[in-house]
Design a protein around this ligand. Structure first.
Ligand SMILES: Nc1nc2c(ncn2[C@@H]2O[C@H](COP(=O)(O)OP(=O)(O)OP(=O)(O)O)[C@@H](O)[C@H]2O)c(=O)[nH]1
Ligand SMILES: [Mg+2]
Length: 481
C-alpha cells in the first residue's frame, strides 16, 4: 500500500543572485579601456505547480528541504552571469499553502496553477552597468541579493466532486469499487479505510470524481475513531452522499439514527459541509432484512427532503441510476461555478510599500529603524569592504529621501540607524552625508558605516553626551560622492 501523506512542512530557499563584477577593460596600448564588469545572474525561484498526475505530498515528506540554484557572478569583458534555474515542485490539485502560523497563503486548484514560494535574489550590477557620466569608472560592483527563504506548510484537500460519508463498514469503499475503477481495501471490520480513496466515474458524457473518507462514529468531532480530520478532503465536494447500512448487526443502530449521528458530526465540523447538498444511499439491500428496512424508512427520509437510492454494492443493483443522478448534480454544480483558470500567484515578502520606506525610532534597540523594500535590498547589495560601494549606497539612500526623513524624525549625527528588520538589520552610526544634512549640521560626514555596531546602552550614552554639547566637532572630513 502506498503511504498517503496529506500534510508536510517544507523549507524552501530560492537561489541567490550572482555578484556583479568590477573589471576594467585591458588592451595593448589602451591601459584603461573603461569598466567592463558584467552583471550577476538572477537566483532561481522555488515554484509550486499543480500537476494532476501527482496525488500525494509523499515526496516532500521524504525530502522537505528544497533549494533553487544560484545565479552565476558576472565576469569581465561584459559577460553576464547565468541565471539560476527555477526549482519547480509539482503538487497535487487542491494543495493549500499555509505559513507556519496556519494562515492560508494560497489555495492551488486547477492544473498548472502556480505559486512562487520563494523568489530568487536579483543579480548584482557589474561596474559597466553602474558607470555614468558622473561615475565613469566605478571601482565596485553590486552584490547579488540572497534568495528568499522560508518555511511553508502544504496541506492536501483532495478535489472530489462527490463525497461518501457514513459509519465504518457501511460499504463506502465497496461502492467506490463498483462505481469506478478504484480498488480500495474492503473488509468486514471497522476502519478498513484509513486514508481517503478517490475514484473516477464516467456516467454518460460526465466524468466526475468520488471520494471515500474513513468511517465516522459518534464523537468523531471529539476525536473518536479516526476523527473528523479527513473531512477536509471532502470540503470541496459538490454533493455529499450518506451511505447507510440497512443490514447492520449492531442492535443499537439503524439507518435513520446513523444518519442523525453523521449529520451532527458534520455540523460540528462545519467548513461549509453542514449545508452542502446531500442525498441518501441505502446500501446492502441484497440482504432481505435490509431491503425490508430500506422500504420501511424510505418515506420517512424522503419526507425529510432527501433523495433516496436503494443499492447493493455486492449485487451491483441500483448503481446506474445513482451514478447518473450524481453526474447530473455534478454537471449542474460545475455550470454554476466560474471556470477556474490556472493562475500564477506570487507572494513577496511584505514591504512597507514597494516604492517607499518608513523611519521610526526603535526604543528597545535605541536605533532609528528604516524599513522598505528598496533600502533593505540596497543594503544587501552593498560590499561594505569597498568605500566606493558604501558611498554609492549612501547616495542611493539619500536620493530616495532616507536622510531627509531621518532628520525630520529627529535623528542626529552619530545616532544609530538600522536598515531592515530586527534579525537581519545592518546597523551603523549615522553621519549625514549630503546637502540636507550638511546645511543643518554645518559639515558633511564620512562613511565609516560598517564599524561593528555598539550595544544600545552605549550608543544611548554617547548620544546623550553629544546632545549635551555641540554635535559638530567630530566630523571634519569631507567626502565627495
Ligand atoms: N451484503 C452486502 N455486503 C456489503 C455490501 N456493501 C458492502 N458490504 C460489506 O460490508 C463490509 C464493509 O464494506 P466496506 O466497503 O469496507 O465498508 P466501508 O464503509 O468502506 O468501511 P470503513 O472503510 O471501515 O469505513 C464488507 O465486508 C463488504 O463486503 C452490500 O451491498 N451487500
Ligand atoms: Mg472503507
Amino acid at each position: 500500500m502506498t503511504t498517503f501523506v496529506d500534510r508536510v512542512e517544507l523549507h524552501v530557499a530560492a537561489g541567490n543572485g550572482g555578484h556583479g563584477c568590477a573589471s576594467v577593460h585591458r588592451e595593448k596600448f589602451k591601459p584603461l579601456g573603461g569598466p567592463d564588469g558584467g552583471n550577476g545572474g538572477r537566483g532561481g525561484d522555488v515554484v509550486l505547480v499543480v500537476d494532476q498526475s501527482v496525488t500525494t505530498l509523499l515526496d516532500y515528506h521524504h525530502s522537505p528541504h528544497r533549494k533553487a540554484t544560484n545565479g552565476k557572478p558576472g565576469e569581465g569583458g561584459n559577460r553576464s552571469g547565468k541565471d539560476g534555474q527555477d526549482l519547480v515542485l509539482p503538487v497535487p490539485d487542491g494543495t493549500v499553502v499555509l505559513d507556519k502560523q496556519g494562515n492560508v497563503l494560497a489555495d492551488l486548484v486547477g492544473q498548472g496553477t502556480t505559486y512562487v514560494a520563494a523568489e530568487g535574489g536579483r543579480g548584482g550590477l557589474g561596474n559597466a552597468a553602474l558607470s555614468s557620466a558622473r561615475r565613469k569608472a566605478p571601482g565596485f560592483a553590486l552584490l547579488g541579493v540572497p534568495g528568499a527563504t522560508g518555511d511553508i506548510v502544504l496541506e492536501l484537500k483532495t478535489v472530489a466532486d462527490v463525497a461518501l460519508v457514513g459509519f465504518p463498514s457501511a460499504g463506502k469503499s465497496s461502492l467506490i469499487s463498483v462505481l469506478s475503477a478504484a480498488k480500495p481495501k474492503i473488509a468486514d471490520y471497522p476502519f478498513t479505510t484509513l486514508v481517503p480513496n478517490l475514484g473516477v466515474v464516467t456516467a454518460g458524457s460526465t466524468v466526475y470524481t468520488i471520494a471515500d473518507v474513513p468511517g465516522l462514529i459518534p464523537g468523531a468531532s471529539q476525536g473518536k475513531g479516526l476523527g473528523l480530520e479527513f473531512l477536509r478532503h471532502v470540503e470541496r465536494c459538490s454533493v455529499l452522499v450518506h451511505v447507510l447500512d440497512t443490514a447492520t448487526l449492531e442492535s443499537d443502530r439503524d439507518p435513520v439514527s446513523d444518519l442523525d449521528v453523521i449529520e451532527e458530526e458534520l455540523k460540528q465540523y462545519g467548513g461549509g459541509l453542514e449545508n452542502r447538498p446531500r442525498l441518501v444511499v441505502l446500501n446492502k439491500v441484497d440482504i432481505p432484512d435490509g431491503k425490508d428496512l430500506a422500504d420501511m424508512i424510505r418515506p420517512d427520509l424522503e419526507a425529510r427532503g432527501y433523495k433516496v437510492f436503494e443499492v447493493s454494492a455486492v449485487a451491483r443493483t441500483g448503481l446506474k441510476e445513482l451514478s447518473y443522478f450524481l453526474a447530473e448534480v455534478v454537471a449542474k454544480a460545475r455550470a454554476r461555478k466560474p471556470k477556474q483558470e490556472a493562475t500564477r500567484i506570487v507572494i513577496r515578502p511584505k514591504a512597507v510599500d514597494e516604492t517607499g520606506f518608513t523611519v521610526t525610532f526603535d526604543e528597545a534597540e535605541d536605533v532609528y529603524r528604516v524599513r522598505g523594500e528598496k533600502p533593505e535590498r540596497w543594503v544587501r547589495q552593498t560590499d561594505f569592504n569597498n568605500d566606493e560601494a558604501v558611498g554609492y549606497l549612501a547616495d542611493r539612500l539619500n536620493r530616495l529621501g532616507v536622510e531627509d526623513e531621518l532628520l525630520k524624525v529627529g535623528a542626529r549625527a552619530g545616532d544609530g540607524v538600522a536598515i531592515g528588520s530586527d534579525e537581519n538589520a545592518v546597523v551603523f552610526d549615522w553621519e549625514p552625508s549630503m546637502m540636507a544634512g550638511a546645511e543643518m549640521l554645518g559639515r558633511r560626514g564620512e562613511d565609516h558605516r560598517m564599524e561593528a555596531p555598539r550595544p544600545a546602552a552605549q550608543r544611548r550614552k554617547e548620544r546623550d553626551a553629544r546632545r549635551g554639547d555641540s554635535a559638530q566637532d567630530e566630523y571634519d572630513e569631507f567626502r565627495p560622492f
